[in-house]
Design a binder for this molecule. Structure first.
Ligand SMILES: O=P(O)(O)OC[C@H]1O[C@@H](O)[C@H](O)[C@@H](O)[C@@H]1O
Length: 279
């Protein structure tokens, strides 16, 4: 087994998923091997949990975890009838490839050993490098190792923790979006951008810098290698109907997702990296 720096330990309580706990001078964090799924990030200088995970999330290792940072791959959203929403990578166990103590963070690299699955015809490797420091950085790398080009889509589907969605504003987004709540109609980003009701939008503007503002609590999001930003809050009604969310979950989270939703073609040997920094 890989030898781990002292800031990282494995944790597995009975009936729970195996996770990696990180505790260094900058932050604490938790990552499930199932899905290479970030579950927690608490920077020590602010002492606030940045990620929302539902208390009712089903953690049986069969279904995706509700909250944290699901990795959607090799597709984002629904593919065709019968296919797993957001791809199958978030429902497979990833392998820890390396763990390194750096000056400004603890870096872990996880990789998905088996990337083959129904609905995806490419031959690819996929790995995620996660740096837990004063900021959380995640870089998802897809490589075409086959003999043919393929197309894929992806997202780092971050659930940010908020105290009350009614007080939240997303700053930095401009331009048009397509609205899942309204039969994919095109809309224009409101100013200020607030969330009084169910929101489910793919923004075509791949904003590099966004900020979630809630009173004096601000979270900066820096994205790269993406073609869109997805913004999702289920609102009261959907929150109530979801088995893995409690009735008022919608008040406590806002998904701001860094994504490639328009389909990215990768040539033979080509590498694509998409990344996210949470500050
Ligand atoms: O329930 P899932 O598969 O985790 O998806 C949650 C949400 O993820 C968002 O990215 C989508 O835009 C929403 O439509 C979807 O409901």
């Amino acid at each position: 087994m890989l030898s781990l720096p002292s800031s990282i330990s494995y944790q597995q309580q009975p009936g729970m998923l195996k996770t990696l706990m990180i505790d260094n001078q900058f932050a604490t964090a938790e990552i499930a091997l199932f899905g290479a799924h970030m579950l927690s990030f608490i920077p020590k200088h602010v002492q606030r949990e940045r990620l929302y995970v539902s208390d009712s999330s089903i953690r049986d290792g069969k279904r995706a975890i509700r909250g944290g940072v699901p990795i959607c791959w090799p597709w984002f959203g629904g593919l065709n009838e019968g296919y797993q929403m957001h791809g199958y990578a978030r429902e497979r166990v990833w392998e820890l490839i390396s763990a390194t103590e750096k000056d400004d963070c603890t870096e872990l690299v996880l990789s998905l050993a088996d990337t083959i699955g129904e609905g995806f015809f490419g031959k690819a490797t996929v790995s995620v490098a996660i740096c837990v420091g004063k900021t959380l950085s995640m870089s998802l790398t897809t490589t075409n190792v086959g003999d043919d080009a393929f197309e894929f889509s992806t997202a780092l589907h971050t659930y940010f923790a908020v105290d009350d969605i009614n007080r939240v504003e997303l700053v930095g987004m401009t331009g048009d979006y397509t609205d899942k709540v309204n039969d994919w109609a095109i809309g224009t980003t409101p100013v200020p951008y607030r969330f009084p009701e169910r929101t489910d939008r793919i923004h075509f503007n791949p904003a590099k810098y966004l900020t979630i503002v809630e009173g004096d609590n601000t979270v900066n999001i820096e994205s790269a290698g993406h073609d869109s930003i997805i913004v999702w809050n289920p609102g009261a009604e959907l929150s109530k109907s979801m088995t893995d969310m409690s009735d008022d979950s919608y008040l406590k989270m806002l998904c701001v997702e860094t994504g490639v939703t328009q389909g990215k073609k990768l040539a033979v040997g080509e590498i694509h990296t998409m990344s996210l920094i949470v500050d």
